[in-house]
Ligand binder design. Sequence first.
Ligand SMILES: [Zn+2]
Length: 409
Amino acid sequence: MLTTNLDRMDEKLKAFSKFGALEGGGITRLSLSAPALEARAEFKRRAEALGMAVASDDIANMYATYPGSEEGLPRIVMGSHMDSVRSGGNYDGIYGVLSSLEVAETIITEGIKLRHPITVMVWTNEEGARFEPAMMSSGIVMEKFTKESMLGVVETGGTVTFGEALAASGWVGGEANRLNSRDYCAYFEPHIEQGPVLEEEGLDIGVVAGVVGMVNYDIILEGVSSHAGTTPQSYRKDALRAASKTILDLWDKLGALAGDLVFTTGEITCRPNIHTVVPNYVKFSLDARHQDMNVIAKVVDVIENLPKDVYGCKLSYEEHWGRKTIQFNDKLLGYVEGAAKGLGYSNKRMYSGAGHDAQYVSELLPSVMIFIPSKDGLSHTVVEYSSPEQTWHGANVLLNALIEADKNL
Ligand SMILES: [Zn+2]
């Protein structure tokens, strides 16, 4: 089996970790910010030095393309994003871009003949850390959001709109350059796992079968505010007490549904939030994710069947949003799995618990993701880490899966 170059893979990651570097490690490289534009320029410089043609579309997604040997075949595309969250790490997103670039560099410099053109792609604003929502530009391309509404989004904590940042970036190209199912035939996205499973199980590679389905609810308890000193306990309709009981009940009931269901209450509002007043209103979030939509349906069932009265407080709920489980392409999964096996890398099929551009792209093109382990399962933090060998393994799997796709598609 062919391999990429370990030192070159590592050099790329180190070089790009300078753009938006924080003292003490990690980066803040918000979408279309000055350090993000520096990273784009360096990506372009490196791609062009390899003889790739670099283009961008009307929302500044970047496409670096190298021709194949057969006329008229669609491109195979691979990539991810270069933006980060505030105080993020050196691997989330950028690893997918740079492992793809390393694969392209291997193919070009070693003269590996491919039938299809190959494209290394960079998505604009995947994180949504500066301009909400996350996966904005893949969402625009796949018509999840309208471009017009996104152009008006104002940056978090500032005044610049997404449209203004785009115009100032110098990266606005033609809409015709957008990823599409005519000019492209397959999408690969390598990424760090961002969770602990591969490391815990001592595995080299995650063959990502899809992205888990999820539901997102707000659960509301309404009681009566009263004086903390003068209201005997037995007279109280304390919304926070009722919410606490409900959260613990949910842990018991949801925990019994499936061992690998994940669910989180991460946000809570308490009113009036005064230490001498019994709370009359508590709202808390519930996020639940699982690859089997039957399990998600059971989660919804549990929520719908919560008691409507808890310690004298009225319980209600609102569904915010949800998404169905995304299944990646079987053929591409087979190529990734075959490449991992052929290289002697331990691997397993798994689902992503986090959202990625690939989930939207999968509606347009056959798509797949490749995961490498994250140290201690940590991501979206400055200590995010995967070893040089681990990053190299992922690139090698991508290289061989791509070659297999090139033969068969
Ligand atoms: Zn990412």
